[in-house]
Design a protein around this ligand. Structure first.
Ligand code: HSE
Length: 343
């Protein structure tokens, strides 16, 4: 067995449950593969008495009290897996200030409080990992931060919300109504606690703001993303798109121009022959235009317990192994440039 790295989960919802599940099934193999034994020391949830399908490992504490994580110096990394911004921001700052690494899937706090959170992490010499915040199991943050580090990125565009992509797919392929398709996406664990954030485009906007920050290394004001959702789309729109040889996809788009950048989250007509047109169900796809590497498209499941938990654990392993990729300027898109948002 490898060296122990003690972690705590805050939030035992869909993603927290996915992490517990993967650790139970694969923890021993991960330990041998990576040389670190991820020890689940505590789970904090508002409803500790609720029955769950997965058992916690022996010795893991279960509580509604987040203070137990702060007070336990043996806990090295906190997996912040709750939604919303107010409590989540506060918990994140308190964990970082207590000298704990944080790994989070909460794209809203990242998009809205990026500079504050990363400044706090840097001050306290800890990492803030966020691979799971964009495109679920698709390793797009690592691709931008590491794989494409030698490139100037000219554009990032993609299907970034699994719920909306599921709804649009089921409306077109199975003839479901918008409400029926949304109910299925919720039942499958894809949607946010308040699915309005999925369908009104906010979730995609948060994600494209994060990708733009890494891609362009400029400060991104989330309020400058032009946001439109899919709530008003009906079968007539889908049929009209088809007649034009297209499919409607909710895209996040960040593009570089000579005098600045544009940021948008909006339903878009995608020609049927384009790679993004054939991305179905809860799958996400991100197309990155890189100057040296050329275009790259990453496709995979963008929502759901196990895909998102897979991304969470990739950050945890990197931190536990002491990899430098999650600290320093490139880990948090240090603002090297001042690019205005032009439209
Ligand atoms: N609600 C989000 C989605 C979850 O549907 O993509 C993953 O961020």
């Amino acid at each position: 067995m490898g060296q122990a790295h003690r972690i705590a989960i805050i939030g035992r919802g869909t993603v927290g449950g996915g992490v517990v599940d993967i650790l139970a099934r694969e923890g021993a193999v991960i330990a041998r593969r990576c040389g670190v034994d991820l020890e689940l020391a505590a789970v904090v949830t508002r409803t500790p008495s609720r029955q769950r399908s997965q058992a916690l490992p022996p010795g893991c504490r279960l509580s509604a009290d987040f203070g137990l994580v702060l007070d336990d110096p043996s806990i090295q990394t906190v997996l912040l897996l709750v939604g919303g911004t107010t409590d989540a921001r506060e918990i994140c700052l308190r964990c970082l200030t207590a000298g704990k690494h944080v790994v989070t899937a909460n794209k809203a706090i990242l998009a809205e409080f990026w500079d504050e959170l990363f400044a706090c992490a840097e001050r306290h010499g800890v990492c803030l990992g966020f691979e799971s915040s964009v495109a679920g199991g698709v390793p797009v943050i690592g691709a931008l931060r590491d794989g494409l580090v030698a490139n100037r990125i000219d554009a990032v565009q993609g299907i970034l919300n699994g719920t909306c992509n599921y709804i649009l797919t089921m409306m077109e392929e199975a003839g479901l109504s918008y409400d029926e398709a949304l109910a299925q996406a919720q039942a499958l664990g894809y949607a946010e606690a308040d699915p309005a954030f999925d369908v009104n485009g906010s979730d995609t906007a948060h994600k494209i703001a994060i990708l733009a920050r890494l891609a362009f290394q400029t400060r991104i004001n989330f309020r400058q993303v032009d946001i439109r959702g899919i709530e008003a789309l009906g079968p007539g729109d889908i049929a009209s798109a088809r007649r034009l040889g297209c499919r409607i996809k909710l895209l996040g788009i960040a593009q570089r121009f000579p005098d600045g950048i544009s940021l948008a989250a909006a339903p878009t007509l995608v020609p049927l022959g384009h790679p993004l047109a054939s991305v179905r169900l809860n799958y996400n796809a991100v197309n990155i235009e890189a100057d040296a590497a050329g275009p790259n498209t990453l496709i995979g499941q963008g929502a759901g317990a196990r895909p998102t938990a897979s991304a969470v654990l990739s950050d945890v392993v990197a931190i536990a192994c002491g990899e430098r990729a999650l600290s320093g300027p490139r880990a948090h898109g240090a603002p090297l440039f001042d690019l205005p948002v032009i439209f």
